[in-house]
Design a protein around this ligand. Structure first.
Ligand code: PEP
Length: 259
């Protein structure tokens, strides 16, 4: 019912030459990915090279962030129309590294989601609790607050154009992934919430990706969960074989569930 989506977040890694080589490896290794959609989000500096390398392939290119304004005096920022101009189709928003390091607020993230939608970019809204919040039993409260705030003011039709990513902060870059059960529980909660703020139909259509130390050797178990509609992959997306293996496992997981 929901085609899985696997997104590689390359973060602040790689020269243009390295990004071009990685994109080339994905282009050659994923000629006709079946039953799965694939995207990569390179650093801004590598976007033109990666977009050029992947032109004409089914692999989409996205940005790792954008500003909420379309243009203006915002030194060091990148606007949604600039990403669209480079051929981007999606943009990661509200990643926990940006919330933590740049102090991004829910309100700013909501404005970024709106900006992305204005320029026909798919916003990938990231939500997730810290280890401390989980310890205190605040996981649902945290993700609920981030979800409601990130989508505030959007019509159901606009929400359908978004993708959600559940990324527990304690699992990002730590090598400790959420168990499939832990992830599925939060995904189920988020889908219930989406149903409340939009409709059951919208909630059933929206993809919720899991992110946090996804690797080839845990992808099978995570992707076997009916509530997990793909992955947002950081570290393991930096090598062609590792990322390709995850993409194949996501496709297999969905196929084995009859999707
Ligand atoms: C991420 O940055 O979104 C992420 C999930 O990173 P990693 O896969 O390295 O945990």
């Amino acid at each position: 019912m929901r085609t899985p989506l696997v997104i590689g977040n390359w973060k602040m890694h790689g020269t243009v030459a390295e990004a071009r080589a990685l994109a080339g490896a994905l282009r050659d290794g994923l000629k006709r990915p079946r039953g799965v959609e694939v995207a990569v989000c390179p650093p801004f500096t590598a976007l033109p090279a990666v977009a050029e390398t992947l032109a004409g392939t089914p692999i989409a290119v996205g940005g790792q962030n954008c500003h909420w304004e379309d243009t203006g005096a915002h030194t060091g920022e990148i606007a949604a129309p600039m990403l669209a101009d480079l051929g981007c189709r999606l943009v990661l928003l509200g990643h926990s590294e940006r919330r933590r390091e740049m102090g991004e607020t829910d309100e700013q993230i909501a404005r970024k989601v709106a900006a992305a939608l204005r320029h026909n970019l798919t916003p990938v809204l990231c939500v997730g609790e810290t280890a401390e919040e989980r310890r205190q039993g605040l996981t649902f409260t945290t993700v609920e607050g981030q979800l409601r705030a990130g989508l505030v003011g959007l019509e159901p039709a606009a929400v359908t154009r978004c993708v959600l990513a559940y990324e527990p902060v304690w699992a990002i870059g730590t090598g400790v992934n959420a168990t499939p059960g832990q992830a599925a529980e939060v995904h189920g909660y988020l889908r219930g919430l989406l149903s409340e703020v939009t409709s059951k139909e919208v909630a059933q259509r929206l993809r919720i990706l899991y992110g946090g130390s996804v690797k080839a050797d845990n992808a099978d178990a995570l992707m076997a969960e009916a509530e997990i509609d793909g992955a947002l992959v950081g570290g393991a997306s930096l090598t062609g074989p590792g990322f390709i293996a995850i993409v194949r496992k996501a496709a297999r997981g969905a196929a084995s569930r009859g999707e």
